[in-house]
Design a protein around this ligand. Structure first.
Ligand code: AP5
Length: 201
């Protein structure tokens, strides 16, 4: 890609979307040209248009082959949109997951076909202690988290996410950049991501 691409991952409820909101404010104030896209939005648009799901939390329970089709077309559409909006000095940030807990097991959010399409320079791994992630999931009433996890389940997913992020990064020689989303202060994580972007540019 002519633009810098940073994939921002983290387990559900860790605060990816919140942190990216702060990143947007900081990049705007620095005059950096950027686009932030949510991978799940692209998948959901297509899945709901096809009548497959009513809300986004249903997507990970679709047959795996169907999720794979949605995942591939989301990656293609994201790059097509970003290419038409961003110039060579722009930054694309993709809000997504390194791993998804599906009905049939852990599933890579960034398998080879997807990560090669997105061609990230870096994969950010937003993390927080599992107890805090569970508390954030419970507070977040905007989502249908029928499967709000136990601390142990979140710990397991965090471990899988680290392994999956590194495995995806190896395929495209991207860096993996862990960032803690500190309770009560998402600006700290946002600042670290802005620092990463400045180094990549
Ligand atoms: P997605 O849209 O990414 O859903 P999610 O992971 O559940 O993400 P959320 O946006 O709900 O959580 P978040 O971590 O962004 O936290 P938030 O900022 O809201 O994905 C939806 C679906 O799309 C997936 O389940 C999957 O099916 C599919 N999908 C996506 N990518 C895919 C891929 N690559 N391949 C296949 N499928 C894919 O914050 C949560 C709460 O915490 C909020 O209440 C917030 O106020 C609070 N909070 C945040 N930060 C802090 C802080 N520092 N201190 C205190 N509270 C905080």
């Amino acid at each position: 890609n002519p633009f810098i691409t940073v994939i921002v991952t983290g387990v559900p409820g860790v605060g990816k979307t919140t942190v990216l909101g702060r990143v947007a404010e900081k990049l705007r104030s620095k005059g950096v040209r950027f686009e932030i896209v949510n991978f799940g939005d692209y998948m959901f648009r297509e899945a709901s248009a096809a009548g497959l799901v009513r809300h986004r939390d249903e997507m990970r329970h679709l047959p795996l082959r169907r999720q794979l089709e949605l995942q591939e077309s989301a990656a293609r559409a994201i790059i097509a949109d970003a290419s038409s909006k961003l110039g060579g000095d722009g930054v694309l940030l993709v809000d997504t997951h390194a791993v998804i807990r599906t009905s049939t097991g852990f599933w890579p959010g960034l398998p080879e076909n997807v990560v090669r399409e997105l061609k990230p320079d870096s994969i950010v791994l937003i993390e927080a202690p599992p107890e805090i992630i569970v508390a954030r999931q419970q507070r977040d009433k905007s989502r249908v988290r029928s499967d709000v996890a136990s601390v142990e389940t979140v710990r397991e997913l965090l471990e899988m996410a680290r392994k999956a992020a590194m495995a995806s990064a190896v395929l495209v020689a991207a860096s993996v950049y862990p960032v803690e989303n500190v309770e009560g202060n998402p600006d700290i994580a946002a600042e670290k991501i802005v620092e990463l972007i400045e180094k990549l540019r």
